[in-house]
Design a protein around this ligand. Structure first.
Ligand code: DP6
Length: 324
C-alpha cells in the first residue's frame, strides 16, 4: 500500500483555444493552444493505492461518483508504473459556485501528479503534462503557472505543454462571470469532434489560430495588453463560429452571456477601460483585464447584472504537492 499523496492544480483559461483532436485516444490536438493559469479555482486530489480494494473508489467533494474517464486514467497510471493495485481517490473542487466551472483541466492535472507519485513514479513536468493530457487535453496546460503553451506535437511523446512565462510580473487577471445554465450543454469532447468532422470553416480556423498564437506570444513579450486582449476575444469568437457552422449546429451562448459580451465591448469603447472576453464550452464569460481596473469593471457589471457573480482571479501557479 502507498501512503496518501495530495496534489493541487489550478484551472486555466485558454486565450488561444484548443478545439479539435487528431487522435481521440491519445488526445493529440489539431492545433497548439495558449492559456493563463488562474489562482482562484483549483482542485486538490489525494490518491492512495490500497491492495484491499477490488476497484478504484473515487469521491468528488465528499460524494462517491462513478467516472469512466477517471477509471481509464488510473489504468494508464497503473500501466506506466507496472502495478495492478486499485486506489482511493478523493478530489475537492475549489470553485466559487457549483455553476459550470468544475474543470477537467485542474482535475486531471491534480490527478496526474497525485496518482503518478502515489504509484511510485517520479515524473518530470514534461511527462506529467503528457500524462495529464490523456485525461483531458486542457489539463496538459495546468501543470504550469502563468502563460502556458500546449505544443500540439504529432504523437504521445511530442504533445505536451511548456511554460511561456511562469511567474508573471504583469498585473493582469480575469473576471469570471458565473452564468447559470438550465440547459444541459454539449460536452467539449463531442462539440469539438462534430466541428472537426463537419465545419466547412475548419481549415480556416487552423490557419488563423496558428497566426493568432504567433501574434499573441509576441504581444505578451511586448506587454501589449490591448493586442493580447484583441487576439483573445477574436480567437474565442472564431471557435464559437465553428460551432455555429457545424452539422448539427450548436452553441454555448445564453442570452445573459451575450448581454455581458456586449457590455464588455461598451465598457471598452465608452468608458475606455481595456477589457476583453472569452468563452469556453459553456455560458460563463471570462473577462481579461488589468488588476487595477478589476473593481471598476466589477462594479459596472454588478450594477447591470445584479444576479450574476463576478469573481476576480489573478495568474496562478502550476501543479504542486501539498500536505493533505
Ligand atoms: C473550449 O480539454 O475539456 O476549454 O480533451 O476532450 O477533455 P478534452 O477537452 P477539454 O477541452 C477544452 C476546450 C476549451 C478550450 C481550451 O481549453 O483550450
Amino acid at each position: 500500500n502507498s501512503s496518501p499523496i495530495t496534489a493541487r492544480a489550478h484551472t486555466n483559461i485558454a486565450l488561444i483555444k484548443y478545439w479539435g483532436k487528431k487522435d481521440m485516444d491519445l488526445i493529440i490536438p489539431q492545433n497548439s493552444s495558449l492559456s493563463l493559469t488562474l489562482d482562484h479555482f483549483y482542485t486538490d486530489t489525494t490518491v492512495k493505492f490500497d491492495k484491499t480494494l477490488p476497484r478504484d473508489v473515487f469521491t468528488l467533494n465528499g460524494h462517491l461518483v462513478e467516472n469512466p474517464k477517471v477509471n481509464h486514467f488510473m489504468d494508464l497510471v497503473r500501466k506506466l508504473a507496472g502495478i495492478q493495485i486499485f486506489a482511493k481517490i478523493d478530489s475537492i473542487n475549489h470553485v466559487p459556485s457549483a455553476a459550470g466551472l468544475a474543470s477537467s483541466a485542474s482535475a486531471f492535472a491534480a490527478l496526474a501528479a497525485a496518482a503518478s507519485k502515489a504509484a511510485g513514479l517520479d515524473l518530470s513536468r514534461k511527462d506529467l503534462s503528457r500524462l495529464a493530457r490523456r485525461g483531458s487535453g486542457s489539463a496538459s496546460r495546468s501543470i504550469y503557472g502563468g502563460f502556458v503553451e500546449w505544443c500540439q506535437g504529432t504523437d504521445d511523446q511530442t504533445s505536451y505543454a511548456v511554460p511561456v512565462e511562469e511567474k508573471l510580473d504583469w498585473p493582469i487577471g480575469m473576471l469570471v462571470g458565473i452564468v447559470n445554465s438550465g440547459q444541459k450543454k454539449i460536452s467539449s469532447r463531442v462539440g469539438m469532434q462534430t466541428v472537426v468532422e463537419t465545419s466547412p470553416y475548419y481549415q480556416g480556423w487552423i490557419q488563423s489560430t496558428t497566426a493568432d498564437l504567433k501574434s499573441i506570444k509576441k504581444a505578451i513579450q511586448e506587454r501589449d495588453f490591448q493586442k493580447v486582449g484583441e487576439i483573445t476575444e477574436s480567437n474565442a469568437l472564431k471557435m464559437h463560429a465553428l460551432n455555429l457552422s457545424a452539422q448539427p449546429h450548436f452553441n454555448y451562448f445564453e442570452p445573459m452571456s451575450l448581454a455581458i459580451m456586449q457590455e464588455v465591448e461598451r465598457i471598452r469603447e465608452e468608458e475606455h477601460i481595456p477589457c476583453y472576453y472569452t468563452l469556453d464550452a459553456g455560458p460563463n464569460v471570462k473577462i481579461l483585464c488589468l488588476q487595477a481596473d478589476a473593481s471598476a469593471i466589477q462594479q459596472i457589471l454588478a450594477s447591470k447584472f445584479g444576479q450574476i457573480t463576478f469573481e476576480f482571479a489573478k495568474p496562478g501557479e502550476g501543479v504542486r504537492f501539498i500536505e493533505a
